[in-house]
Design a protein around this ligand. Structure first.
Ligand SMILES: [Zn+2]
Length: 472
């Protein structure tokens, strides 16, 4: 006998299901049969036009309407443990997660993470399943990070999601790895990455995280395993319909090709990656910081094939758009190659803002600083670099080995003052250039959120615009 389900009706005076904190009758009451998909479509269009205030109303309405569906069709039957109901519950969690992402987009546009946090707490009761509870906590961590993902805040907040042993939520694992990967022992890192890669559905993200796994192998000095992994990951990605993937996917591809080029010492692959980065510049409307990033990548690739002047040109383009200390570090490396004493000036500028460098960027700075001191016979810089090196912490095994050797060689050089015997040391240092950022900076980041929040968001908006035009 078919069961006639009684439609769930929120009380008019109860708190609205959208999390706004208002009474239902003053918030999302009315139009409660309209499909949430429609609501999010309206909201997307408004967000593209940057009308986040109105978009927020539609997203909220979508959340309310979906929650009514959940409370009508799924929630009353969860205790039955019926397979079909469990399947519905999965879908409900996914759907409300997507709606909550849109809610985040609105609040990000309004620059109001505080209200987002309040809403989230009220949304906890929409689904009484532990996975939803963890998802809410995940969003709260994202909210606490705001626009500038501070490592300190991230490491502290992400503890709220521990332990992760049973975690099957790819977003949560990505967030955890983003902040904690460098502190984990090798085996644990690989285990979590493998679990994550098996959970990920998007080909571009599979590529991204397989590259991260490959970098972990690089950090323990296993270049051949690393190369194998990257090659296979690129192949797998290219087997998908990747030409129609979004620019985020193309960016991952270009980065993977660039890294493979390093490992294979292949100028041909480097040229390919440069071409792909250049195509990204032409075909997509990135934000300014997105464009600055791509020029930086092109510069690094040009450096690698010894086109130092062109590399400098790209670094300068990047710096014109957005000031960045790490780009200056790379700029000074290219200046050393051209025997340009301007390198001293460039690196001293960075010296004034060391707090803006991340831990891995700081390593690049230190190697570069030492190299400039030696190349241009700056005794005070050589002395200072010794201090930097001995203070540097949290090095991957591959650098830890180099570090003690470097310290003793630079000390010797400093004591004897025999700067003529410097060429070996200088080439050791040069080999380390860029290695650290290449090895360490390509850490996990959250697809669509990540470090370059604004870059990705604008990019996706412009793409959905394009898609719309082609649909019409
Ligand atoms: Zn509401």
């Amino acid at each position: 006998m078919p069961v006639r389900r009684v439609r769930y009706k929120p009380a008019l005076n109860s708190q609205c299901l959208c999390g706004s904190g208002l009474k239902f009758k003053r918030c999302c009451f009315g139009d409660n049969d309209v499909a949430c998909g429609k609501m999010t479509d309206f909201a997307r269009d408004l967000m593209i036009r940057k009308d986040y205030r109105t978009a927020l109303k539609y997203v909220r309405h979508g959340i309310t309407n979906y929650t009514i569906l959940h409370k009508t069709n799924t929630a009353p039957y969860i205790t039955s443990n019926n397979e079909g109901v469990m399947w519905l519950l999965d879908i409900d969690i996914k759907a409300l997660t997507e709606l909550t992402e849109s809610l985040l987009d609105c609040y990000r546009g309004l620059n109001d993470y505080q209200s987002f946090e309040y809403d989230l707490e009220r949304l906890r009761s929409n689904i009484s399943d532990v996975r939803w509870q963890r998802k809410i906590t995940y969003f709260q961590v994202i909210a606490s990070l705001g626009d500038h993902w501070s490592e300190k805040v991230g490491r502290r907040e992400v503890k709220k999601l521990m332990p992760l042993d049973e975690e099957s939520d790819a977003d949560i694992i990505q967030l955890y790895l983003h902040f904690c990967s460098d502190d984990l022992p090798f085996k644990r890192n690989i285990d979590i990455l493998e679990r994550l890669i098996s959970l990920i559905e998007k080909p571009s993200e599979k590529l991204q995280y397989t590259v991260v796994k490959a970098i972990k192998y690089l950090c323990i000095g296993d270049e051949s395993e690393s190369e194998k992994l990257i090659e296979q990951a690129i192949k797998n990605y290219e087997l998908t319909d990747w030409s129609s993937d979004n620019s985020y996917g193309h960016m991952q591809h270009a980065l993977a090709i660039s890294l493979l080029a390093d490992l294979k010492h292949s100028a041909k692959l480097k040229v390919q990656s440069i071409q792909e980065f250049e195509a990204l510049l032409e075909n997509h409307s990135w934000t300014d910081s997105g464009i600055a990033d791509i020029h930086f990548e092109i510069g690094k690739s040009l450096f690698h094939i010894k086109k130092f002047e062109e590399a400098i040109e790209q670094y300068r383009k990047s710096l014109e758009i957005e000031n960045s200390e790490i780009v200056k570090v790379f700029l000074s490396q290219a200046q050393i190659e051209l025997n340009d004493e301007g390198a001293i000036c460039t690196i001293r500028e960075v010296e004034k803002n060391l707090s803006e460098l991340s831990e891995s960027e700081l390593l690049d700075y230190i190697f570069t600083y030492a190299a400039i001191g030696i190349a241009f016979k700056q005794k005070d810089m050589i002395e200072k670099s010794l201090g930097y090196l001995s203070e540097a912490s949290l090095l991957a095994p591959v650098f830890e080995k180099q570090k003690s050797k470097l310290v003793s060689e630079i000390s010797l050089l400093y004591k004897t003052g025999e700067l003529e015997g410097k060429s070996n040391l200088l080439s050791t240092l040069k080999r380390l250039f860029g290695l650290t950022t290449r090895y360490l900076i390509l850490q996990p980041n959250i697809a669509g959120l990540g470090v370059n929040i604004n870059k990705i968001a604008d990019d996706l908006a412009s793409e959905s615009n394009k898609k719309k035009q082609s649909d019409e």
